[in-house]
Design a protein around this ligand. Structure first.
Ligand SMILES: Nc1ncnc2c1ncn2[C@@H]1O[C@H](COP(=O)(O)OP(=O)(O)OP(=O)(O)O)[C@@H](O)[C@H]1O
Ligand SMILES: [Mg+2]
Length: 542
C-alpha cells in the first residue's frame, strides 16, 4: 500500500493503461484462439464423417465385389461339383487363373479358401492364415491373429436349398486403411493399443495431430484400431503465432501510448506549473494587496476614531461651558458681593469665611467637571471590570447641564447591577454618541416635552441597553444606513456623520455585541445588546 502511494499520478495512469491494454490483448488473442479451435473441431467432425463414409462404402463395395466374384467362380467350370466331390486338385487348377487376376487387381487380397458344408477347409489359394469356422461366423468379419488383422468375406453356396460349402476371400485390413488414406488424404495405421482414443491430440516433433480412431475388431478384449492423423500443425501455429502477434502488437501499441502519455503529461505538467506559478504570483500579490488594504482601513479607522474624539471633544467643550456657566455666575456674584461688602466695610470674618467656602465649593465643582471630562478623554489603555449602571450614570452626568438647559427629561430605568469586562471609556463614548444624537434631534426639532428614556435589563446572558427619545424618529432610509460613516442630516458644521459609525464599531468589534436602531412611538430607539460569556472576573482571567 505504502509502495502504491509512492507512485506519481503519471506513473499510476501509465501502469493502469498498460495493464488495461495487456488485458485487452489477452482477451483478443484468447478470442482468436477460440475461433481457431472452433475451426479445428469443425474440420475434425468433417474428417470423422468422411472417414466413416469412406469406410462403410469401401466395406459395402468390397463385400459385394468379392461375393459376386465367389458366385461367378462357382457358376463357371463346374466348380460347385468339384467342391461337392472335394476334388481339391481340380478346384485349385480351375481357380488359379482367376485368383491371379484378382490378386493383381487388389494386392491386399491374401487368399481364397474353399470350405465343405461341415465348415472344414478343403483347399486355399494364396497365403496361409487362420479363419473362423464358417459355421460359427458371419458373412463378413475381421479376425485378429497375432497382431495381424484380416477381413473375411464368406459366400455360402447351395444345391436345391442344401448347403454345399463356402468360398471365403481374405484381405489384409490395411486395404481399408489405404482406401481411406487415398480418399481423405489422411495418414493412418492399424494399432492394437487401447491408448489411442478418438479426438486425442498428439505431437510428433514440431507437428501436431488430432487422432481419429476406428475400432475394427473386439474379441476377448482384444482391440484393433484403425487410426488416422489429422494434421493441425498449421492451425496450432496460427494459435501460437496469434498470441505472439498480439503480444508484439500490444508491446508496439503500449510503446506508442507510453510515448503519447509521456508527452501529454509533460505538456500537462508544464501547463499546470505555469498556472500554479501565476496562481502563486497572484496569491502573493493578493496577500500584499490585502495587507495594504488592511493597513489603509486601520489608518482610516484611526482617523475616524480621532475625528470622532474631536467631535465629541467639541461637544464636551460645549457641555463644560454649560456646566461652568452657573458656577461662574455664582463666583462672579460672590466676588461682587465681597467687593460690595468691603466698600461698605461690612465684611466681617464670618461672612468672608462663608463666602470663601461657597467659592471653594464652586471651584471644586468646576474642577470635578474638568476631571470628569478628562477621564472621559483618556485613551483606552486596558480592559477593566466596570459597572454598566455606573458608567451610564457617569455618561449622563456629562450631559446633565445641557439636558437641564433644554429642559430634556431623562428617565432612567436600571433594573440590574451588571459588571462587564472591557474598555470602559469606549463604552461610555458609544453611549454618549447616542445620547448626543437624541439631544440634538430634540433641540433641532423643538420637541415639546422632550424626553430620553434609558433602560438597562438582562435576560440570562443577554444585556440590553435601550436609549429612546421622542424626537420624531430617524428620517434616513433604510434606518441601518445611519451606521455608515459620513451619513448625516446635520449641517456641515454641526455633524460629521461618524458618531454612530464609531458607536457600532465599538459595540460590535470591541465588545462583540450588537447595536441597532428602529423608529418606535414617535421617536428613535437604539438598542445595545451585549453578551456575558462568563462572569467579568472570569473574563478577566481568561
Ligand atoms: N435619535 C435620533 N433621532 C433621529 N435621527 C437620528 C437620531 N440619531 C441619529 N440620527 C440620524 O442619524 C444621523 C447620523 O448620526 P451620527 O451620530 O452618525 O452623525 P451626526 O450626529 O450627524 O454627526 P456626528 O455625530 O459625527 O457629529 C444623524 O445625522 C441623524 O440624521
Ligand atoms: Mg452624532
Amino acid at each position: 500500500m505504502r509502495l502504491y502511494l509512492k507512485f506519481s499520478t503519471k506513473t499510476k495512469t501509465m501502469i493502469l493503461v498498460i495493464v488495461l491494454f495487456i488485458l485487452t490483448c489477452i482477451v483478443f488473442s484468447f478470442l482468436r484462439q477460440i475461433d481457431i479451435r472452433n475451426l479445428i473441431s469443425l474440420s475434425k467432425e468433417e474428417f470423422k464423417g468422411e472417414i466413416a463414409n469412406i469406410y462403410t462404402t469401401t466395406l459395402k463395395r468390397t463385400k459385394e465385389f468379392y461375393t459376386s466374384r465367389a458366385k461367378a467362380n462357382l457358376e463357371s467350370d463346374n466348380i460347385k461339383n468339384y467342391i461337392k466331390n472335394q476334388d481339391i486338385e481340380k478346384i485349385k487348377i480351375l481357380t488359379q487363373a482367376r485368383f491371379k487376376v484378382l490378386k493383381e487387381e487388389n494386392p491386399y487380397l491374401l487368399n481364397m479358401k474353399f470350405f465343405n458344408n461341415q465348415g472344414q477347409l478343403l483347399t486355399f489359394l494364396g497365403i496361409k492364415n487362420r479363419s473362423l469356422n464358417p459355421k460359427n461366423a458371419k458373412n463378413e468379419y475381421f479376425f485378429l491373429d497375432k497382431d495381424i488383422l484380416t477381413y473375411h468375406i464368406l459366400t455360402p453356396f447351395y444345391e436345391k436349398n442344401k448347403l454345399l460349402g463356402w468360398i471365403e476371400f481374405c484381405l489384409a485390413a490395411e486395404y481399408f486403411l489405404k482406401e481411406i488414406q487415398d480418399f481423405s488424404e489422411l495418414k493412418g495405421n492399424i494399432v492394437f493399443n487401447k491408448e489411442y482414443q478418438d479426438g486425442n491430440l498428439i505431437t510428433k516433433g514440431s507437428q501436431t495431430f488430432i487422432l481419429h480412431s476406428f475400432t475394427l475388431f473386439d474379441v476377448d478384449d482384444k482391440q484393433a484400431k484403425m487410426i488416422f492423423y489429422q494434421d493441425i500443425t498449421e492451425q496450432e501455429d496460427i494459435i501460437k503465432k496469434s498470441f505472439i502477434e498480439a503480444l508484439i502488437l500490444s508491446l508496439f501499441l503500449i510503446l506508442i501510448i507510453l510515448l503519447i502519455l509521456h508527452y501529454g503529461f509533460k505538456v500537462l505538467i508544464k501547463r499546470l506549473e505555469i498556472s500554479e506559478n501565476s496562481l502563486r504570483h497572484l496569491n502573493a500579490n493578493l496577500e500584499q494587496k490585502i495587507q495594504i488594504e488592511l493597513q489603509k482601513r486601520r489608518e482610516q479607522e484611526r482617523i475616524l476614531m480621532h475625528q470622532s474624539r474631536l467631535a465629541s471633544m467639541g461637544e464636551m467643550i460645549g457641555n463644560i461651558a454649560h456646566q461652568w456657566r452657573q458656577p461662574l455666575t455664582e463666583l462672579s456674584a460672590i466676588i461682587t458681593h465681597l467687593g460690595l461688602m468691603m466698600e461698605l466695610k461690612r465684611l466681617d470674618c464670618e461672612n468672608f469665611k462663608k463666602q470663601e467656602k461657597s467659592a471653594e465649593n464652586l471651584i471644586s465643582y468646576m474642577s470635578k467637571t474638568i476631571d470628569d471630562f478628562r477621564n472621559f478623554f483618556k485613551p483606552n489603555t486596558e480592559k477593566i471590570v466596570f459597572s454598566i449602571e455606573k458608567t451610564l450614570d457617569k455618561t449622563l452626568k456629562l450631559l446633565e447641564s445641557s439636558f437641564k438647559e433644554h429642559s430634556i427629561n431623562v428617565k432612567k430605568d436600571f433594573k440590574e447591577e451588571i459588571e462587564f469586562y472591557g474598555f470602559q471609556n469606549q463604552f461610555s463614548q458609544a453611549i454618549l454618541n447616542i445620547l448626543c444624537n437624541a439631544k440634538d434631534v430634540l433641540i433641532e426639532r423643538k420637541i415639546k416635552n422632550p424626553c430620553i428614556k434609558i433602560s438597562l435589563t438582562r435576560e440570562n446572558q443577554n444585556i440590553f441597553i435601550k436609549i429612546k427619545d421622542n424626537g420624531g424618529g430617524i428620517t434616513i432610509s433604510p434606518v441601518e444606513k445611519i451606521f455608515e460613516p459620513y451619513i448625516s442630516t446635520k449641517h456641515a458644521n454641526m455633524g460629521t456623520g461618524i458618531g454612530l459609525y464609531m458607536s457600532k464599531v465599538i459595540i460590535e468589534k470591541n465588545f462583540k455585541g450588537n447595536l441597532y436602531a428602529e423608529n418606535k412611538d414617535n421617536g428613535a430607539e437604539f438598542t445595545i445588546n451585549l453578551i456575558l460569556t462568563s462572569s467579568p472576573k472570569m473574563q478577566m482571567k481568561a
